[in-house]
Design a binder for this molecule. Sequence first.
Ligand code: NAD
Ligand code: MG
Length: 362
Amino acid sequence: MAGELKVDLGERTYKIHCGSGLLPVAGSILRNLNLAAPCLVVSNATVAGLYWPVLESSLKAGGFNPHLALVPDGEEAKTLQVAASLYDSALAAGIERRAAVIALGGGVVGDVSGFIAATWLRGVPFIQVPTTLLAQVDSSVGGKVAVNHPGGKNLIGAFYQPLAVIADLDTLTTLPPREIRAGLAEVIKYGVIGDAGFFAYLEEHLEGALAGDKEVLETIVLRSCAMKAAVVARDERESGLRAVLNFGHTVGHAVEAVTGFTAYRHGEAVAMGMVAAARLAVRRGMFSMEETGRLVRLLARAGLPVTLPDLDPATFRAALGHDKKIRQGQLRMVLPESLGRVRLVPVSIEEIAAVVENGAAA
Ligand code: NAD
Ligand code: MG
């Protein structure tokens, strides 16, 4: 069983393949893309230990000559040093203009692989094989690729679309439960920002997703990708509309920054940020208590945090001040109007701090 989805970007249009049993046929899916035989598969020891053998044999069966390059497990793989070592691997593997870089892993592997695919020979074909829920519903779609700079996350990067995304749901069975829950935060976000029916579906099927029900997971991945794809198709390079994807991220990013990016998974911080945004919207009279309750309950059922930890107010305000969506000194935040509809509105740091520091996110 597999679903397919097209991301409409003119000549950069590509397909997302999603379903069970896709890794064993990845080679034949890619055979139609007019690629050269050599390819560089980027992964880490954890993921490669589980899935390299099956991907390798399917690529070989598809006529490819795959080379594996390993990067460290975790965010430390997103550096220029690791990218430099991957350029060495690309050279050694004979990656020329029509030869692909294939990312096998979560968002970290996808981001660093995409970065070298975008820059090696000024751009070679890039294939995403996402193996975390977050990567399947979020980072593998949309074309943002990056490595980190000591001064901040994702500061060095590009917009670079993949040629195909192959999301095999079977890979999620080995994912630690905490990673599934973190991915679900972004999934729930899609419901709030644009699809009340999807939010209701999640309310009904959340336990199925947590238990690894393939039908539920396929629905979740495809609907999430469809939503992100639609937003990206209308705003590929983030000039405006794409900002709605940042619902929950203003406060979420600040929480991550203040806690040194180690205490929480990104999705956990986003969950807290979505609750804070909902509380702020309630204070403004633009969102109901009842719908806030539905959001908090769904996040809690997903095992996600819905209250903020005690943070030093001055440090937290300073972190909010670094938000990327500040224009001319004015912070803008995505706030819900109803479950399924959001709006980007100017807010002051004072207003956010008031919600968060009063424990109002509780
Ligand atoms: P991750 O890539 O670090 O993966 C999480 C952990 O799961 C890792 O330890 C990994 O080795 C392990 N893992 C991966 N697949 C597995 C599997 N199938 N079975 C068992 N273990 C597995 O984390 P992530 O949450 O996938 O991605 C986070 C990164 O994504 C961040 O760097 C973030 O900046 C980036 N991101 C990018 C975008 C974008 O648009 N490009 C969007 C969101 C996030
Ligand atoms: Mg996010």
